[in-house]
Write a protein that binds this ligand. Structure first.
Ligand SMILES: Nc1nc2c(ncn2[C@@H]2O[C@H](COP(=O)(O)OP(=O)(O)OP(=O)(O)O)[C@@H](O)[C@H]2O)c(=O)[nH]1
Ligand SMILES: [Mg+2]
Length: 412
């Protein structure tokens, strides 16, 4: 397990050894140039040394330290910090045993598993040899899935090439090759959203069409950061609907983030500017800005988002450090076109694919990963605050190829 130590942890650690030295030095009569503490009893130094040590070291039961942020399956299970206004229902009850790694993801991907990998597996259901007939059915099936036509052909060519170079002519060998090809595509896009040292506040602008899950995802991300001990401030750039501002304020309160209030109809970029000023003044680690998903026209929306981006950069060079695009997996291939449009207008730096739990069209993630050189940071697999996972390509592929009997299809 990785633990996150701050600079002052190292200082305190060093200090504890200074105290040890003073204690030993006084007992043994070693040279000691510090005379100021001479009236204190020796045991005080030993006690201070022990307390400082315990403060720094992760000791289960006494001082369990928080794991480092976004390290795969550890991250979602992070407990929320006490005293930050976290609603009781958001906390994971102690007595409920945590799900085994991958179990939740396996459940979340069950529909996509059937709708994507299940369809491919059907091609080989007859158990016949892999002849030209089967291969052309495979090609047709791939084109018919949600990965997009271009990716389907690329994937098919990759499979054919691999099959040609080796004598793998049974169904399980072909499934293994398909699995490898999909894993290779997804792996290129695995990149967790880490806060770089020295960037404060780290500004995240969250974009995406109406209803894609932006606001919910913001709350989930904020909760993860807060669970890791970071301070978060949230602002609503979706000022076109009073309900949108209220929804975000509600979530900010629940996860224990500060909220910059904006009134309905306010200029979204002015709200973003004020929020950034507040984040700087309050020395927050992270600022997350929600944006509108729909305006009168698509052009209006993109212009508004570009303006917000410009205003942020003017106030703080380098901001926004992350432009997240939230995509709804239930819309399938349309997510590819949405990515194209948002990326062209804004230069998206990371993707969150939501609602995988409710979609059989999650195969679109392969198309997005294949077509765009944009990291996929998170996937949403439910409406709950813990139902956001850092995208882990291996775990994702394992869950995707999980068979109903719990075995993995196409695994070597
Ligand atoms: N099942 C499931 N539902 C989700 C997920 N993420 C978001 N939702 C639901 O999707 C609906 C829309 O989510 P919002 O967060 O309001 O979406 P939005 O993009 O902010 O929407 P607008 O503000 O209208 O543009 C809500 O009912 C969420 O609970 C997910 O990963 N899984
Ligand atoms: Mg919203």
């Amino acid at each position: 397990m990785n633990y996150r130590f701050r600079w002052y942890d190292y200082v305190i650690f060093a200090l504890s050894y200074v105290c040890f030295y003073v204690y030993i030095a006084r007992l043994e009569g070693l040279p000691l140039n510090v005379h100021v503490f001479f009236s204190m009893p020796d045991w005080i130094f030993l006690l201070v040394a022990i307390i400082l040590n315990v403060w720094v070291l992760p000791i289960p039961g006494i001082h369990p330290r928080r794991p480092a942020i976004d390290k795969g399956e550890n991250a979602p299970a992070l407990p929320a910090r006490q005293g930050l206004g976290v609603a009781p229902e958001l906390e994971r009850p102690e007595e409920i045993a945590p799900e085994a790694p991958g179990e939740k993801l396996g459940r979340g991907l069950s529909k996509t598993r059937k709708g994507f990998i299940g369809r491919i597996a059907q091609v080989f259901a007859g158990g016949t040899d892999i002849d030209e007939d089967v291969m052309s059915r495979l090609e047709e099936t791939l084109v018919g899935t949600d990965i997009g036509v271009r990716t389907a052909y690329r994937l098919f060519e990759g499979i054919r090439e691999k099959l040609g170079s080796a004598s793998m002519k049974d169904a399980s060998s072909v499934m293994r090759v398909i699995r490898q090809e999909i894993a290779a595509i997804l792996k290129k896009r695995q990149s967790w959203l880490e806060l770089p040292e020295g960037v404060r506040p780290f500004v995240i602008m969250v974009t995406g069409v109406n209803g894609s899950g932006k606001t919910t995802t913001i709350a989930k991300i904020a909760r993860r950061f807060i669970g890791d001990g970071r301070s978060v401030i949230i602002a609503s750039g979706d000022t076109f609907r009073a309900a949108a501002v209220e929804q975000l304020e509600h979530w900010a309160g629940k996860v224990g983030a500060d909220f910059v209030k904006a009134h309905e109809g306010a200029d979204p970029s002015a709200v973003a500017y004020d929020a950034l000023e507040a984040a700087i003044a309050r020395k927050k680690d992270v600022l997350i800005i929600d944006t509108a998903g729909r305006l009168h026209t698509k052009e209006n929306l993109m212009e508004e988002l570009k303006k917000t981006k410009r205003v942020l950069a003017k106030k703080l060079p380098g901001a926004p450090h992350s432009i997240l695009l939230v995509l709804d997996a239930t819309i399938g291939q349309n997510a590819i076109e949405q990515t194209r449009q948002f990326h062209k207008a804004l230069g998206v730096t990371g993707i969150v694919l939501t609602k995988l739990d409710g979609s059989s069209k999650g195969g679109v993630i392969v198309g997005i990963a294949d077509e765009f050189d944009i990291p996929i940071h998170y996937i949403g697999i439910g409406e709950g605050m813990d139902d956001l996972e850092a995208f882990d390509a291996d775990a994702f592929v394992d869950a995707l190829f999980l068979e109903d009997n719990g075995h993995e299809a196409g695994n070597a």
